[in-house]
Ligand binder design. Sequence first.
Ligand code: COA
Length: 183
Amino acid sequence: MPGASVHRQLPATQAGRRLTMQTPQVHGKPVRASQSDYSELALPNDANVLGNVLGGKVMHLVDLAGAMAALRHARTPVVTASVDYMNFLHPVHIGQLIVLRSSVNRVFRTSMEVGVKVWVEDLLTGERQHTSSAYLTFVAVDTAGNRVHVPAVIPETEEEKRRYEEALRRREYRLELRERSHP
Ligand SMILES: CC(C)(COP(=O)(O)OP(=O)(O)OC[C@H]1O[C@@H](n2cnc3c(N)ncnc32)[C@H](O)[C@@H]1OP(=O)(O)O)[C@@H](O)C(=O)NCCC(=O)NCCS
């Protein structure tokens, strides 16, 4: 039956949660199945004292856009495990459109790396500038909070294949940092 899963309970993890093994009948999904677009107009409520958008507002939108891609891929609830560093290359002015695009770069077991790219669009001129990029890791869980395995992602284009390869190196670095900060 397409999309059906076989569930098997494994021993409790250190955190007391259980990992529910899913053996999906589908072998994977293309990256394009997770690609998500999200836009929001920058309003005065989002401004810092200079009248530009707060960095935290952009970070919030990045988390949302990232979660959308992870949900589209996994079709199960997800939690944010980590966000890699973010640069803000240009200020976002009130009245401009914040445009975000996200997709799953690579799936590991219960976690997946999602890339999010952010542009700012001047609605009067149509000009777009790349302002930020970020990599986030989401972990798939079931409705009881047990971690679940995620179907693989299939990179098709050259760019998707590059991101897929690079995601493994980023994961190793991320997990090393986590180990160092919480040995
Ligand atoms: C993220 C979370 C599920 C990890 O659970 P855990 O019991 O520590 O489980 P593990 O260490 O076995 O990690 C589970 C998976 O997450 C990955 N992971 C955990 N911490 C990570 C981190 N900081 N960065 C990247 N991946 C991470 C692991 O590599 C593993 O991936 P895999 O199954 O694909 O191999 C758990 O810490 C959690 O629920 N955190 C809160 C999430 C949340 O509420 N986010 C919103 C914050 S407001």
